[in-house]
Design a protein around this ligand. Structure first.
Ligand code: NAP
Length: 471
C-alpha cells in the first residue's frame, strides 16, 4: 500500500503465520500515534525507554523502525482543510495499522461535536480488536489506597465489541424510540417497562461467537503464562440469556476445546470429594457440592446427580490430585467480584468479562495498585494478529507540554507490546528497571505527592532514570 501522509521507514513487516503465531522480523516497522495533550511528552520519553531496552537486551541485533501515523488533534490541525472531520482519524492511519498489524498509541482527545464518537472506539471497531487486555500488577513502593496491593496480580480480558457499550439505544421522545417501545409492548408482550412514557431504551447484544472468542483468548493466555485460573465474571443470576449465556458458553467452550488442560471449579469439588473418599456415592457427592440438595425438586436433584456422574468420568485424567495441576475455570457474580478483588485479591488471576463489567473492574483494580499513571492496556484481535497498545488514561490537557506527567502507562503498554512480539527479554528489562526506579523513590508528581521522602522527577527525567537503571 502506498501512503500520502505517512512516511514508511526501512524495516520488515510483522505478519500472522499460518500456525496462528506472529512472525516478527528483527527490524519490525511499528506504527505509533503520539497522542494529544500530554501524549507528546509521554511519547518522547517512552520511545527512548523502548529503544534503550531493545538495544541492551539484543546488543543491536534487533531494532524497532518507528513509523508515525496520525490521529487526534495533530492531523485535525494539519489536514482539516482537505479532509474535514475525517482528519481526526485519516483512512491511512487505519490502513497502516491493518498492514503492519502491531502498533501503539498515546491518549487521544475525544472530538466534541465531530463526526466521530471516540477515536479509540473507532479504531477498535474498524480493526475488530475484540479483546481489551488490562494486566494489573503492583510495583513495590507505589502509593496505594489498600493494605495489601501486592496481592493484586490479575489480567483482565474485557470484551470490546458487544454489550450495552456498542451504543444501540434510543432517546425517549424520538420516533425511533417510540417504535421500539411499541414493538416491545405490543408485539412482544413486554409488560415490565416501569415508566413507558418516559423511558429511553438500550439493547445489549451478547453473542456466542463474541463470548467464545473472548474466553478462548483468556484461556489461551492463562495456559501460555502458566496462570492458575480464569474467572468468568457475569451477572447471570439476573440477566440469564445475555450474562448467564456468556458464562455457560464459556464453560462449554473450555470443556470442548481445552478438556485435558482445564478443570471447572465444580468438577474439582466433585473429583476432590471422590479422591478423599473412594466409596462416596453419587448422591452423597451431590449433597456435598450443593448443600441445598435435600430441598430441591426431583428434577433438580437428577440434574445435580448427572453433573456428578459427568465429572466422575474425568477421574482417569483429572482424578487422584491430577486436577490440581490444571487451569481452573470458575465464575463469579459481578457485584461480589468487585468486593472480592479488594478483600481476597489472591484468589483472582485471569478475569474474562463482558464490556461494561470489564470497564468497572479495570479501573477499580488500577486504583488498587497506584492508579491511572501506570495502568497499561491493549486492544487485540488474536485471530488476525492486529493489536494496538495504549495508555489507559486520557490526555490530561492541563499538564500538556509541562514535561510533568507519569509516562508509565504508555511504557507498560509498550512492555505488553514487546511481550506480544515475543521480545520478552526487552520487556523484562523495562519491568525490572521500573521496579528499581520506584524502589529508589524516584517518581513523577502523581506518586511523589503521596510518598514520604520521594525524589520528584519530570516525565523525561523518569525515562532517564529508567534507562540508567537498565542492567
Ligand atoms: P485524563 O486525561 O485521564 O485525566 C484525569 C486525571 O488523571 C488528570 O488530571 C491527572 O490527575 C490524572 N492523569 C492522567 N494522565 C496521567 C499521567 N500520565 N500521569 C499521572 N496522572 C495522570 O481524563 P480527562 O481529563 O477526563 O480527559 C481528558 C481527555 O482525554 C478527554 O478528551 C477524554 O475524552 C480523553 N480520554 C482519552 C482516553 C484515551 O485516549 N485512551 C482515555 C480517557 C480519556 P491529577 O489532576 O490528580 O494530577
Amino acid at each position: 500500500m502506498s501512503y500520502t501522509y505517512v512516511t514508511v521507514p526501512a524495516g520488515g513487516k510483522i505478519a500472522m503465520g499460518s500456525d496462528g503465531k506472529l512472525n516478527v522480523p528483527d527490524n519490525p516497522i511499528i506504527p505509533y500515534i503520539e497522542g494529544d495533550g500530554t501524549g507528546v511528552d509521554i511519547w518522547k520519553a517512552s520511545v527512548r525507554v523502548f529503544d534503550a531496552a531493545v538495544e541492551k537486551a539484543y546488543g543491536g541485533k534487533k531494532k524497532i523502525s518507528w513509523m508515525e501515523v496520525y490521529a487526534g488533534e495533530k492531523p485535525f490541525n494539519m489536514f482539516r482543510q482537505e479532509m474535514g472531520d475525517k482528519a481526526w482519524l485519516p483512512d491511512e492511519t487505519v490502513a497502516a495499522f491493518k498492514e503492519f498489524l502491531v502498533g501503539i498509541k498515546g491518549p487521544l482527545t475525544t472530538p466534541i461535536g465531530g463526526g466521530i464518537r471516540s477515536l479509540n472506539v473507532a479504531l477498535r471497531q474498524l480493526l475488530d480488536l475484540y479483546v481489551c487486555l488490562r494486566p494489573v500488577r503492583y510495583f513495590q513502593g507505589v502509593p496505594s489506597p489498600v493494605k495489601k496491593p501486592e496481592d493484586v496480580d490479575m489480567v483482565i480480558f474485557r470484551e470490546n465489541c458487544e454489550d450495552i457499550y456498542v451504543g444501540i439505544e434510543w432517546m425517549n421522545g424520538t420516533p425511533d424510540c417510540e417504535r421500539v417501545k411499541e414493538f416491545l409492548i405490543k408485539d412482544m408482550g413486554v409488560s415490565k417497562i416501569r415508566f413507558p412514557e418516559s423511558s429511553s431504551i438500550g439493547i445489549k447484544p451478547i453473542s456466542r461467537d463474541g463470548s467464545e472468542r473472548l474466553i478462548r483468548a483468556a484461556i489461551e493466555y492463562a495456559l501460555k503464562h502458566k496462570r492458575k485460573s480464569v474467572t468468568i465474571v457475569h451477572k447471570g443470576n439476573i440477566m440469564k440469556f445475555t450474562e448467564g449465556a456468556f458464562k455457560d458458553w464459556g464453560y462449554e467452550l473450555a470443556r470442548r476445546e481445552f478438556r485435558s488442560r482445564i478443570v471447572c471449579e465444580r468438577e474439582s469439588w466433585i473429583i476432590d470429594n471422590k479422591d478423599r473418599n473412594e466409596s462416596l456415592t453419587v448422591e452423597e457427592n451431590a449433597r456435598m457440592i450443593d448443600p441445598g440438595y435435600d430441598m430441591m425438586t426431583p428434577n433438580q436433584r437428577a440434574d445435580i446427580c448427572s453433573e456428578v456422574e459427568e465429572a466422575l468420568k474425568l477421574m482417569p485424567s483429572h482424578g487422584y490430585g491430577q486436577w490440581k495441576k490444571l487451569l481452573m475455570i470458575r465464575d463469579t457474580i459481578a457485584d461480589i467480584t468487585l468486593q472480592q478483588v479488594l478483600t481476597r485479591a489472591k484468589e483472582f488471576d485471569v478475569l474474562a468479562c463482558m464490556n461494561l463489567e470489564g470497564d468497572f473492574l479495570s479501573d477499580a483494580l488500577a486504583a488498587q495498585v497506584g492508579g491511572i499513571g501506570i495502568a497499561p492496556g491493549a486492544n487485540i484481535n488474536y485471530v488476525t494478529g492486529h493489536a494496538i497498545f495504549e495508555a489507559t488514561h486520557g490526555t490530561a490537557p492541563k499538564y500538556a507540554n509541562l514535561d510533568k506527567v507519569n509516562p508509565g502507562s504508555v511504557i507498560l503498554s509498550g512492555v505488553m507490546m514487546l511481550e506480544h512480539m515475543g521480545w520478552q527479554e526487552a520487556a523484562d528489562m523495562i519491568v525490572k528497571s521500573i521496579d528499581r526506579t520506584i524502589g529508589q523513590k524516584r517518581v513523577t508528581y502523581d506518586f511523589e505527592r503521596m510518598m514520604q521522602g520521594a525524589i520528584l522527577l519530570t516525565c523525561s527525567g523518569f525515562a532517564d532514570a529508567l534507562i540508567e537503571n537498565m542492567k
